[in-house]
Write a protein that binds this ligand. Structure first.
Ligand SMILES: [Cu+2]
Length: 368
């Protein structure tokens, strides 16, 4: 949390020294359109916060390359909306899990490309490269000393998302588009690492539990709807995207369906900087089926909560603060840098499950 506060403070400090000196040079433009040639794309507030994917379209023939870095920190466990300590979850007085996860960090490098087929249809592709770490307490002392700590890690590409953003409405200040997307199961669901292994005196290399896997293993539909609005100094929008799993993967389970809805407002600080605030709601289901490679043991059936398919669902509401930097002329024309960070206001988990502590996204986009 300390790191997060420092980060937020830095974010705001970088915005403060810029004098609010919005000019009138943009009067009369159609701000709902993001075509290259009328320069609306060059307003810093014309883009949604960097953490929003598939927010905008391009004029016919235009390309965009983007890179986003995402970091998420999870710290401590929660059941419902109550935080639980390790001793409340572990064996000997707690719920009875021999092993309890305490922290998880996820880093994602997201590589994106966009191409506008027409003024109404923009194609988008995105590939995440993930790096996940999870820390645990070995409460019972499975394959090692009781009370010791251990970490498991996994890394590699996740699922590839492809979508077509199709505009269905546009007027002077507003536009609406469909996000017609799906994801292909490129990410591994067979990540392994050394971990306590029930019945073995030493750590063994085993298949990692669901949240440590890099992909869903299923083809997922990702339908969504995005609304954008803009006037001289402000922009606003809302987006809702669902993730629907088609069938089960080859290890006989499917991750829970998910729905994410965001609404944001962004204000121009000057001709090249804007700041934003966003509310994001998330709801995701439990796992359907069960990975037979994960062990069953003990009265609860699972050595650790992350292996229980019915302790994965939840809902969460986040608040996120962001800044965009976009320069409309010179050799930096077409580049945009964005930063967004936030934390949950509320979360309710089918737990015990690791709770989200804070999250941030930094990114760069280049349109050409
Ligand atoms: Cu773009």
């Amino acid at each position: 949390m300390k790191l997060f506060r420092t980060f937020l403070a830095l974010g705001f400090l970088s915005v403060l020294p810029c004098t609010p000196a919005a000019t009138n040079e943009h009067a009369g433009h159609n701000h709902a359109s993001h075509k290259h040639d009328d320069c609306d794309c060059d307003h810093p507030e014309s883009r949604a916060p960097i953490g929003v994917m598939g927010d905008h379209q391009h004029g016919q023939g235009e390309f965009m390359a983007s890179y986003r870095y995402m970091f998420m920190s999870m710290d401590g466990n929660r059941m419902g909306d109550t935080e639980l300590s390790v001793s409340q979850i572990g064996t000997g007085g707690g719920l009875g899990f021999p092993i309890v996860p305490t922290r998880m960090y996820m880093q994602m490098h997201m590589l994106g490309g966009m191409y506008a087929l027409t003024d109404r249809v923009t194609l988008m592709g995105m590939l995440p490269i993930k790096d996940i770490r999870m820390d645990h307490v070995n409460v019972l002392g499975v394959s090692g000393p009781a009370g010791s700590n251990f970490r498991t890690t996994s890394s590699g590409p996740g699922d590839l998302t492809l979508s077509a953003l199709t505009r269905i409405f546009e007027n002077e200040h507003n536009s609406l588009h469909l996000n017609l997307g799906f994801s292909l199961p490129l990410g591994s669901i067979s990540e392994r690492d050394f971990a306590p292994s029930p019945g073995s005196p030493t750590f063994q290399e085993v298949v990692l539990p669901y949240p440590m896997q890099l992909g869903s293993g299923t083809i997922d539909l990702r339908p969504g709807l995005t609304w954008l609005g803009q006037n001289e100094d402000w922009s606003w929008g809302a987006q809702s995207v669902a993730t629907l799993r088609l069938g089960r993967n080859r290890h006989n389970y499917s991750l829970g369906d998910q729905i994410e809805a965001s609404t944001w407002i962004s204000r121009r600080i000057n001709s090249w900087v804007s700041s934003s605030v966003r509310l994001r709601g998330l709801a995701w289901g439990n796992i359907d089926g069960r990975d037979p490679r994960l062990p069953t043991v003990g009265p609860l059936g699972f050595p650790v909560e992350t292996m229980d398919p019915n302790r994965r669902g939840g809902t969460r509401m986040d608040i996120l603060f962001g800044a965009n930097i976009q320069i409309g002329s010179g050799w930096l024309k077409g580049h945009r840098i964005g930063l967004e960070a936030g934390m949950p206001l509320q979360q309710y988990l089918d737990g015990p499950q690791l709770q989200t502590d804070w999250t941030m996204t930094a990114g760069w986009q280049y349109a050409f």
